[in-house]
Design a protein around this ligand. Sequence first.
Ligand code: PHE
Length: 344
Amino acid sequence: MEDSSTPEARDEWAAEREAILAAGTPEELERARTRALGRQSRLTEALRRLGELPLAERRERGRVLNRVRAELEALVAERAAVLKAQATARRLAAERLDMTLPGRRPRIGHWHPVTQTRRRLEDVMLRLGFTLVSGPEIETEWYNFDALNMPASHPAREMHDTFFLPAGRLLRTHTSPVQIRAMQAAGGRLPVRVAALGFTYRRDDDPTHLPQFMQMEGLVVDHGIGMADLKGTLWAIAREVFGPHAEIRLRPSFFPFTEPSAEVDVTCAVCGGAGCRVCKQTGWLEVLGAGLVHPHVLRAGGYDPEVVSGFAFGWGVERVAMLLYGIDDLRLFYQNDWRFLSQF
Ligand code: PHE
């Protein structure tokens, strides 16, 4: 063994060696390497000063320093390999697929509560033997008013706060114009038994009225249709929609397009008829307008009121949704607040 291998000689470079071995990150290792082998390092300085030594010492010292340099370089490479292996192991541990972790559930959407209600009503009407039809939301004054026995001078026309459009068009204020279109489409054939659901428009905006809302219209035309048919059908619908204990009650009313006309109440869905805040302690909720189709309306649809008769009814889909879901502000349906909509 040469002098350079003695513990004393090794100790001269112990600080450099330890710094390399202690490096915990690539950055620390690079700092230790610079300190041990860089241009400012003691080793480089010692090599530079070899020339100052007498020849005999110079050779020996040079051999030692070169071996130390090789040793330190090997140590750096070794440490770098270790750090790299540790980093890989850490990354793999972090990436490991843990099959026992709960999955991340995608948020699944659903039908809007008004659409759910619409589909429920459509379903009920289909099962009762009605055909689903539709009409345009942009209507003519004739279909929306005149054909429904509301001529230009009729005061009822003013009760519909109408959005008028150019060229005698308007946004339909109710689904009743579909009565006329359905009769025309039937072309005199019997029976006419249709339901129409769709958006309607009025210049209203408060907690119980919106400028855009949805209505459902029902129309039956056949030989010998009377109030009993109307009441029986509405009773069946009420039970399907609100439950097996629902009752209905008809109160005399007025619509230009039906005669006689009735407002129809349903047992309060909230209290079951006992009386509560929602039904203002009456046990009843007013839900629809109905009546026997006015002769003028049958005629406008191409049917002879001397030969056939019919009944019609109409109601608000959002109002049904409010009763079904216990919602007290109609506007919530159209504010698109996910926190509200996700509850249904
Ligand atoms: N169209 C009426 C309304 O919007 C409802 C209705 C329809 C009444 C059919 C009677 C018959 O208020």
